[in-house]
Ligand binder design. Structure first.
Ligand SMILES: *Cc1c(COP(=O)(O)O)cnc(C)c1O
Length: 366
């Protein structure tokens, strides 16, 4: 179909900033520096400043940011980490790569960690909470911080979907010991390949992270720990600097798109996303719920509108985690979300006509 509306359109952002992006890519190619150079340093400084963090360390992906965060905090075999049951599976892999055990918690009405269920999950093995700011909305950081302080737990934030999102005015990623970011191309701050980073206020954590990302060496060929190759490259860092310069306006555009959906979508069968008081969303996804979800997907597809389910299989029911021994029905809220959520198209560069058509089509679903 010629006018099929895809769930995402990364070419629209590229086209908007094409001159700046191409100039930066050429500049790096001609510089002779390709991995961990001045662009990486520049991006780290600028992203730390953007989030209001003391330090940023560029890495190769969001998953690396997560698993290296737990590694640097010394969390591994025999330890438990609390995480919401409705997250993207990479959050959970960040825990299990280290040999630690994920302890799943039910999500709240905003798709984030439900603080009211946390007390029941604590054991003497609990070492940390991983708060995932899912779909772009900040979690209830007041409740989560209080819980972590009470039980002396580490707090790691998965900000792969929440670049620039705030809780009571403060940016996600700055509440915990470590904030983990992905710059996968489809994220709100997206590179043109894989990239990631952590932010922290702790100089020692930042230093450890720099060592871990480069085979565990501070000085070349002298290795302190068994590290990883998780270096950020100069082209991605340079392109991220260009994108970061425009992130505020790009986020504002997403908010305007979401506001219009919130105002104009009206269908008794479709539940719209809610934003908690004191939180905001950068609308990484615009997620609706519908009991006839699969019917809705077919209907929208026939009308030329593409959608995605984030996510159809909750990690505890994934084949990859069969070894944890969870059963269907154990996390009814997370499972209900998996069966009913649907992300409708929201992307920078969406035209008013495209959005009008999506709204009209959704409102006519019977
Ligand atoms: C994308 C994503 C990740 C993983 O990031 P990659 O850069 O793809 O490794 C982790 N957690 C969440 C919530 C994500 O959306």
């Amino acid at each position: 179909m010629a006018n099929y509306i895809m769930p995402g359109r990364l070419d629209r952002i590229f086209n908007r900033y094409q001159d700046e992006l191409e100039a930066k890519a050429l500049e790096v190619l001609r510089s002779g520096r390709y991995v961990l150079g001045p662009e990486v340093e520049g991006f780290e400084q600028e992203f730390a400043a953007y989030t209001g963090s003391g330090y940023c360390v560029g890495l190769a992906s969001g998953l690396d940011a997560l698993w290296l965060a737990f590694r640097v905090l010394g969390i591994g075999s025999g330890d438990e980490v609390i995480v919401q049951a409705n997250t993207y599976i990479a959050s959970v892999m960040g825990i299990t790569i280290n040999g630690a055990t994920p302890v799943f918690a039910e999500p709240d009405a905003f798709y984030n960690l439900d603080v009211s269920g946390l007390e029941d999950l604590v054991t003497e093995k609990t070492k940390a909470v991983l708060a995932v700011h899912l779909y772009g909305q900040a979690s209830d950081m007041e409740g989560i911080l209080r819980f972590c302080q009470k039980h002396h737990l580490r707090l790691v934030e998965d900000c792969a979907q929440s670049h620039g999102s705030r809780f009571q005015g403060r940016m996600t990623g700055t509440f915990g010991d470590i904030g983990c970011f992905s710059f996968y191309p489809s994220k709100n701050l997206g590179a043109y390949g894989d990239a990631g980073a952590i932010v922290t206020d702790d100089a020692d954590i930042a230093e450890s992270m720099r060592i871990y990302r480069n085979y565990g060496s501070e000085k070349r060929y002298y290795n302190k720990v068994v590290g990883a190759n998780s270096r950020l490259d100069e082209i991605q860092a340079g392109l991220l600097r260009v994108r970061l310069r425009h992130l505020t306006e790009l986020t504002e555009e997403r908010r305007e798109l979401a506001d219009r959906y919130n105002r104009e979508l009206r269908n008794e069968r479709i539940l719209l996303p809610q934003v908690r008081a004191g939180c905001d969303s950068v609308w990484h996804q615009y997620v609706v719920r519908c009991s006839g979800r699969d019917e809705l997907i077919q209907y929208l597809d026939r009308q030329g509108i593409g959608t995605i389910i984030h996510y159809p299989v909750p990690p505890h029911l994934s084949e990859a985690y069969a070894y944890l021994g969870h059963k269907k029905g154990e996390f009814p809220i997370a499972e209900k979300y998996a069966d009913t959520v649907l992300s409708i198209p929201i992307y920078n560069g969406m035209t008013a006509d495209e959005q009008g058509y999506i709204i009209e089509t959704l409102n006519s679903f019977r």
